[in-house]
Design a protein around this ligand. Structure first.
Ligand code: UT7
Length: 358
């Protein structure tokens, strides 16, 4: 099959059932529903249950994406998880997801670019598909930020939430698919949004824990200003790189950090808010999970159909930022074409299964 493009053929998300409202937060820190709503647009966020973690939520989102794509776990060739809140320093979350799914033929690794991790993962996966290294990839953004947020810091704890979103990206001869990708960074700003402790620079220890260094720290104003400028510029660059204009974009799905940031980006781009998807009011900032969760909800709401052009953009710690334009493919119809190598290797596996003693 000619590998003309990388298309999204499956999508799914998982949000933990526990809802934490602004009223709930009023009981934890000195804040108010009015302040949070006016400054961020956020009304509630989801919080993972004690037995949930980034990998369990990522697995649930991935299962839903695979079901939509009508693919079996054993068909998956690559699992990428974008995250800033992994279950462990290592192994990667992607390995835990691979095992939980039973994706026995898949390679697995994480991408760490904070809130930009999903957009970066999509860039890596589409590059590998277009280069012919794999025919499909599960691309997941998943976070359990409630475990790394400082519940004593009202400047950050009201902003974040937990969840996971996943897409299946496949090689296709269809003319639709990933049209452009841009990624940028400015590492000189790394201490404006970071978790200073718990890594190799400031290893976990009583002193570091006492100083609350293992929690998110942020200079909100600086991040805010940079996010608006960077996301708008990356979005415009991705549109131009796809040889399109803003008028060609059916739907803009930006990283959901703050309603004011989203409105600021749209204003800077002179892009109408009616064509911007917003769900930050219900999930808060879920970092790497925000774009895929929003993408899933946009599709479910009937806001994307085959051939529509969707723009995604994100900004996060690092600073890292990026954007991508995709021409929407949607659900796969009919059987997939299999390569001769795939047919042969499946036949050998079946034979081995049959001759193997019980
Ligand atoms: O995904 C990328 C990661 N993060 C972001 O994109 C977040 C970017 N930043 C932001 O969204 C905004 O900067 C915030 C929502 C975090 C803050 O909004 P702001 O309009 O920049 O407020 P501010 O930081 O300038 O704070 C204004 C006031 C301060 O009080 P004083 O010093 O003026 O008396 C804060 O102490 O609001 C106070 N404040 C709060 N008050 C009630 C800060 N947090 C809260 C709170 N409740 N939760």
């Amino acid at each position: 099959m000619a590998r003309a493009n990388a298309v999204i053929t499956g999508w799914g998300f998982y949000a933990p059932s526990r809802v934490m409202t602004n009223a709930d937060l009023e009981k934890i820190v000195e804040t108010s529903d009015q302040w949070i709503t006016e400054r961020t647009g956020i009304k509630e966020r989801r919080i993972a249950a004690p037995d949930e973690s980034t990998s369990t939520m990522a697995t649930k989102a991935a299962e839903r994406a695979l079901a939509k794509a009508k693919l079996k776990p054993s068909d998956v060739e690559l699992v990428i998880v974008g995250t800033a809140s992994p279950d462990f320093v290592f192994p990667p979350v992607a390995s835990l997801v691979q095992a939980a799914l039973g994706a026995t033929r898949a390679g697995a690794f994480d991408v760490g670019a904070a809130c930009t991790s999903f957009v970066s993962s999509l860039a890596v996966a589409s590059g590998m598909i277009l280069g012919g290294a794999v025919r499909n990839a599960l691309v997941i953004g998943a976070e359990t930020l409630s475990r790394i947020v400082d519940w004593k810091d009202r400047g950050t704890c009201v902003l974040f939430g937990d969840g996971a979103g996943a897409v299946v990206l496949e090689a296709s001869s269809a003319s639709v698919g990933v049209q452009s990708t841009v990624l940028h960074g400015d590492g000189t700003k790394c201490d404006l949004l970071w978790v200073p402790g718990g890594g190799t620079k400031n290893p976990t220890g009583a002193e570091k824990l006492e100083a609350r260094m293992h929690y998110i720290r942020m200079n909100g104003n600086e991040v805010y200003r940079s996010a608006v400028k960077a996301m708008a510029e990356a979005a415009e660059e991705a549109i131009a790189k796809a040889n399109l204009t803003a008028d060609d974009i059916t739907l803009f799905v930006p990283h959901q950090a703050n309603l004011r940031i989203i409105e600021g980006v749209a204003k800077r781009m002179r892009f109408p808010m009616e064509r911007v998807f917003v769900n930050v009011q219900r999930y808060g900032n879920t970092s790497a999970a925000s774009v895929p969760i929003a993408l899933c909800e946009a599709v479910e709401a009937g806001r994307l159909k085959r051939g529509d052009k969707v723009l995604v953009a994100a900004f996060g710690a690092g600073f890292t930022w990026g954007a991508s334009v995709l021409e929407w493919f949607g659900e796969h119809e009919g059987p997939r074409q299999k390569s001769p190598l795939d047919i042969a290797s499946r036949a050998i596996e079946d034979l081995v299964d049959r001759v193997r003693p019980a």
